[in-house]
Design a protein around this ligand. Structure first.
Ligand code: ATP
Ligand code: MG
Length: 239
């Protein structure tokens, strides 16, 4: 994908959460957004996803200006921090509903695709369970299965492993690597620094609503230009 942000700002009330971001990431496969809590990572991801409108500025994805439209959203696969599964629907119906309602697939075709996707994530035995009956890792895999069922080219993941134990985290990270090898592009918010370094071809460090710097993983992890980024990494990599 090609991704560029231009003069992007977003406030909630008096709080400027995205504070004039301009950045051209050029052509890239995986962008990781890292930075302190409250820095604006999720908000930026939601703007790229077309789920939130910026007050000013714009996002260019593959040369096209991102609009808050259903058409834009339907081209992306989005996975949130807190899964966002429909609580009253079982796993199968969680996949089925957007395939039918958003992507306009016929019921039978949607069902076959949903079942095949659940199977791929070793969820076939859990297809008829509601989210409350699934473990954290299973819920996360259902959310990822739902996001990729339609084979979007760009996937936006917001801390896909934040609610998981180490084993499930490893499993979800494996899934992400597998998807990457299928030529899917990612914008990934993550606190997994080792994974970010391994999987991303560009890392952007966000703090207080600004991209303080961005660069290759090598650059950011061994020779960050800003003290703010170096301090952040020193804090999170201490353990
Ligand atoms: N809908 C909203 N209404 C008001 N304030 C909001 C809203 N969404 C986010 N904020 C505020 O915007 C700031 C940035 O939030 P955001 O969720 O983008 O941060 P983040 O970098 O993703 O943090 P974390 O790492 O904790 O997930 C925070 O101070 C948050 O309280
Ligand atoms: Mg967040």
């Amino acid at each position: 994908m090609r991704l560029a942000l231009s003069g992007l700002t977003k406030s909630f009330g008096a709080h400027r959460v995205i504070d004039g971001i301009t950045a051209d990431f050029g052509e890239l496969r995986t962008l990781a957004l890292i930075g302190p809590s409250g820095g604006g990572k999720s908000t930026l991801l939601r703007i790229i996803a077309g789920l939130e409108t910026a007050d000013a500025g714009h996002v260019l994805l593959d040369g096209e200006r991102v609009e808050c439209t259903r058409e834009h959203r339907s081209r992306l696969g989005v996975v949130f921090q807190a899964f966002n599964l429909f609580p009253h629907l079982n796993a199968l119906d969680n996949l089925l509903l957007p395939l039918v309602r958003v992507h306009g697939l016929a019921e039978a075709e949607a069902r076959a695709l949903a079942l095949a996707t659940l199977d791929r994530f070793r969820l076939a035995d859990h297809a008829h369970k509601r989210p409350a009956e699934l473990s954290g890792g299973q819920k996360q895999r259902v959310a990822i299965a739902r996001a990729i069922a339609i084979k979007p080219r760009v996937l936006l993941f917001d801390e896909p492993t934040s609610a998981l134990d180490p084993e499930m985290t490893a499993e979800v990270l494996d899934v992400i690597e597998e998807l990457k090898s299928e030529a899917r592009d990612f914008v990934l918010v993550t606190h997994e620094m080792g994974f970010a370094r391994h999987v991303a071809d560009r890392i952007a460090f966000l703090a207080e609503g600004r991209i303080v710097e961005h660069g290759s993983p090598e650059q950011i992890f061994t020779a960050a230009a800003s003290a703010q980024c170096r301090d952040f990494l020193a804090r999170v990599l201490r353990h």
